[in-house]
Design a protein around this ligand. Sequence first.
Ligand SMILES: Cc1cc2nc3c(=O)[nH]c(=O)nc-3n(C[C@H](O)[C@H](O)[C@H](O)COP(=O)(O)OP(=O)(O)OC[C@H]3O[C@@H](n4cnc5c(N)ncnc54)[C@H](O)[C@@H]3O)c2cc1C
Length: 479
Amino acid sequence: MNVVVVGYGMAGSRLAAELRDRGPHIKVTVLGAEPHRAYNRIMLSSVLAGKVRERDVEITEAAGHGIDLRPGVAVTAIDRAARTVTTDAGDRIEYHHLVLATGSRALIPPLSGLDREHLPERVAVFRTLDDCRRILATASGARTALVLGGGLLGLEAARGLAARGIATEVVHAVGHLMERQLDPAASAVLVRTLSSLGIAAHLDAMAASVAADADGVTLGLADGRELRADLLVVACGVRPETGLATDAGLAVERGVVVDDHMRTSDRHISAIGDCAQHEGVVSGLVAPAWEQARIVARVLGGEDPFAKYRPLPVVTRLKAAGIDLAAMGTSAPVEGAEELSFADPARGTYAKLTIVGERLTGAIMLGDNPSVGAVIQLFDRGTPVPTDRRALLLGRAIGVPATTQAESPALMPDAATVCQCNTVSKGALVRCWRAGARSVDDVVAATRATTGCGTCRDAVEGIVDWLSTVDSSASEVAA
Ligand SMILES: Cc1cc2nc3c(=O)[nH]c(=O)nc-3n(C[C@H](O)[C@H](O)[C@H](O)COP(=O)(O)OP(=O)(O)OC[C@H]3O[C@@H](n4cnc5c(N)ncnc54)[C@H](O)[C@@H]3O)c2cc1C
């Protein structure tokens, strides 16, 4: 079978590796518009902050033998009747099955002075490695920066710039930051924490115009104010890249519409990742993208032709040094829900739990809180919350079974998800150890844990340490 994947990003590269692992009977060709090999897009925030180098974020799992990888090749059209795609070089490539993994593109708001085709000098979006390079090139001589957009991406960009000693201001149209994940009280604590890190926030601030010249960039606000800086990063969200699918006559709403097997309205074409819309949802996150890649590989590889994608609960974490933030479920008030919250703005701490019928349906954990692991587990697994809610909210470790369970690998349930991006449980790590893995690198190679956002690295190291201790105690007993 000849499978052509359009898009050599996080979903496309994972699918290629999954298909290759299922045997040589599937010939895989990956066509990617970006000139580079696939890279861990999530880690661009860390590249911007100077915490990791470009070469450390390259995704190598699809490289090597068995896959025809073609970076720098954009697909311009799909001929569904002939089952071919046409590339920007004019080549026609045949497929038995086509997979669209075209991701998203940065949204550029309709502001006067902001041409979406040619961004002015000193203005950049933040989606690709080239965007990141552009920001860094301008930032190298900059003392001040503006970030338009106070969502997850905007705040990660702002933190990265501030970490380089650049005085940074975030301009957000809504009255509180990260409004999809946070409530106003959490945002107020976050604003204070950001301020201590050299980042100012302008809320309820609607941008109206952009004017850039060789000396700087001016952001005009609807209320008449003008903000000026050496650099402007536009982080106003993303839109699924659906142009090819629309032109080919596939069903497209916000994303390319897919069924439970990730098939589009043409059974010879699938869609995965940021460009796909499943049950009305375009996820925009890597965990669903990688799970969708696995489903398509199982279907096409013949392992399970009826494999179905089932979305899992999503936990959002901010990857910004000096800010610990995990948010999950809904942040909006839920009728009849039990809501508990605690705020200590001076220490940058805020915790909120939303409980419906003894189950955690949402939580915000901002700042240092030892129970974050327990809260994520309860949310993930849908198990009843402990009767001592205060302990869970405040993370008091003594005498609190749930918290203790989360922090000690020995007591953590096997089903607990350790790596959210790759959906790897503690049990999977233990099985891997029993099968012969003896180091963090071994378990990472076998399970892919830590290879997404990387925030589970400490937890994986803790479990491997614990397993090696258990092993050595057992050998001592045997001796
Ligand atoms: C800075 C940053 C931080 C992020 N942090 C997180 C995080 O912490 N957690 C999380 O879950 N997600 C995060 N995300 C989102 C995550 O990166 C995406 O969900 C993920 O990349 C989706 O993978 P994808 O393959 O669908 O899309 P992409 O990785 O965007 O890949 C799509 C690829 O398709 C290519 N393409 C498009 N059209 C064509 C065409 N016609 N022909 C050929 N190639 C084409 C594109 O050039 C691109 O290379 C972050 C994103 C950014 C930018």
